[in-house]
Design a protein around this ligand. Structure first.
Ligand SMILES: [Zn+2]
Length: 474
């Protein structure tokens, strides 16, 4: 880093320390806004949160601060693009909506009246994800207030529908790629590795393909005493078909399913092995008597994050009431889904699954398959230059090197930004992994908030030392 950058960086960090108390008061104000996206009676509050952010952005010195109406809640965008055309442009994505606070009775402190206790802030949304928006606002403020500029070109993309599926944001990405154009996306909606200050970078997410299948036989339920033995039972056919989709190790038997799966690299496997994983603790959390042996040749950590899987989500049909009813049910149905990994294409997997089920359907029944929804996997390779830069920034702020994670879940927006804007995303999150996301008594360590602000200040400083080409401008 140049001496000039170092001096500027020190001034930005000093700004954070000098303004810490004011910042925490402002965060409380933001957290008091009840931006519950799922609750139609809170629509005004969600909009209020968007407007609160816009005022902050404008005060900090962002330009093109805009509220975009969608079929859901508003999207907020803004930009500051004066770092120079050869400097990287970074898009920051977070969401300002929160989960409903229910069940309210289980909150020890009120969800929308933030309490600071034992080095933590308790409030709905403090970890997921308003506290993380706030981290980005204050990191930008620190640079702008101390240096009058940012080291990188920065774009903001904050949505208010994440907790209800991000459909509006998905559409927005397709319609306004010009407002999101960047060399890299930084997403802050994940957590640290632990509560001992170990940061985490998430570099991969799984995709999904979701199905409903219905097996139909006779016009109506039949008496098993009169027809059993001559009529194929749709419930039996369904469970046989479903059971046959995987072998005894969970390996998926649908032809072509694994064709596009990118093998794990040595670096992937080393990164996964470096993250502590206590099998017994993992088992205990679930209450199962034993973990499933599962796919051979992979660790549990790899199976739950970096390998494709298939799960039956629900199964129904026939008689399930009190006592006995001797029938051959007219039909039986199930929902099932596959988690996908790079480079599986969910449209192709949908075709493979539908074709396979039609092929294995016995002639005695009718099989209908419906595609419910799909999403693409995402992976930013570990050797992407942004990953190393983010790791340095996190280590500078927290005094500990981060772990590198692939998440077994999906963030739809990350896949959409890849598909429509060509953006690679690095997920740098500051919530506590134990911070009661989506549950009563959500909390965030104050140290993660101040550490997060410092990490983002470092991150912009580090990225500003690079050219856009070095970051892999396309
Ligand atoms: Zn979130």
């Amino acid at each position: 880093m140049t001496t000039e950058t170092n001096t500027a960086l020190a001034a930005a960090l000093a700004h954070l320390r000098q303004n810490r108390d004011r910042h925490l008061r402002e965060l409380d104000e933001f957290l008091r806004i009840e931006s519950v996206s799922a609750d139609p009676t809170k629509t005004g509050e969600v909009r209020h949160a968007a407007q609160w952010i816009m005022l902050e952005l404008a005060t900090i010195g962002f330009e093109q601060v805009a509220l975009h109406e969608t079929r859901g809640h508003p999207i907020v965008t803004a930009a500051w693009l004066h770092a120079g055309p050869d400097r990287p442009t970074v898009l920051v994505y977070c969401h300002y909506d929160v989960q409903p606070p229910d069940p309210l009775a289980e909150w020890v402190r009120p969800p929308f009246d933030p309490r600071h206790e034992d080095g933590r802030i308790y409030a709905r949304g403090v970890g997921d994800d308003k506290g993380q928006i706030f981290i980005h606002l204050k990191a930008a403020e620190a640079w702008m207030a101390s240096a009058g500029r940012l080291p990188v070109n920065l774009r903001i993309f904050f949505e208010g529908d994440e907790e209800v599926g991000s459909e509006a944001a998905d559409e927005f990405i397709g319609e306004h790629p010009e407002l999101l154009a960047a060399d890299l996306c930084v997403v802050s909606d994940t957590g640290m590795q632990d509560d001992e200050g170990t940061p985490a970078i998430t570099y991969g997410l799984r995709g999904i393909a979701y199905f409903e299948v219905r097996v139909s036989g006779p016009f109506q339920d039949l008496h098993s005493g009169g027809y059993g033995g001559a009529i194929a039972n749709p419930a039996r056919v369904l469970v046989e078909m479903l059971a046959g989709l995987q072998d005894e190790h969970g390996r998926i038997t649908i032809p072509g399913f694994y064709d596009k799966v990118r093998p794990l690299t040595d670096a992937d496997r080393a990164a996964s092995a470096a993250v502590p994983f206590d099998e017994e603790e993992f088992r205990e959390q679930t209450g199962v008597p034993q973990l499933w042996s599962g796919e051979e040749g992979y660790t549990y950590a790899e199976r739950i994050s970096a390998r494709p899987t298939l799960d039956i989500n629900g199964i129904w049909g026939g008689y399930s009431g009190e006592g006995a009813k001797t029938i051959i049910p007219a039909w039986a149905a199930a929902k099932f889904s596959a988690r996908l990994v790079p480079d599986q294409d969910f449209h192709e997997i949908e075709r493979l699954v539908v074709d396979h089920l039609r092929r294995i359907a016995p002639p005695e029944v009718k099989v209908d398959v419906r595609i419910i929804h799909g999403g693409a996997p995402a992976l930013t390779p570990l050797d992407h230059p942004a990953v190393a830069v983010a790791a340095r920034a996190l280590e500078a702020a927290f005094g500990k090197a981060p772990v590198f994670l692939r998440s077994g879940g999906s963030i739809p927006v990350v896949a959409a930004l890849r598909a429509h804007v060509g953006l690679s995303s690095v997920l740098v999150g500051f919530a506590s992994p134990n911070g009661n996301f989506h549950a009563p008594n959500e909390w965030m360590p104050i140290a993660n908030l101040s550490g997060g602000m410092e990490a983002v200040v470092h991150l912009w400083g580090e990225l500003g030392e690079m050219t856009a080409d070095q970051l892999g401008r396309r």
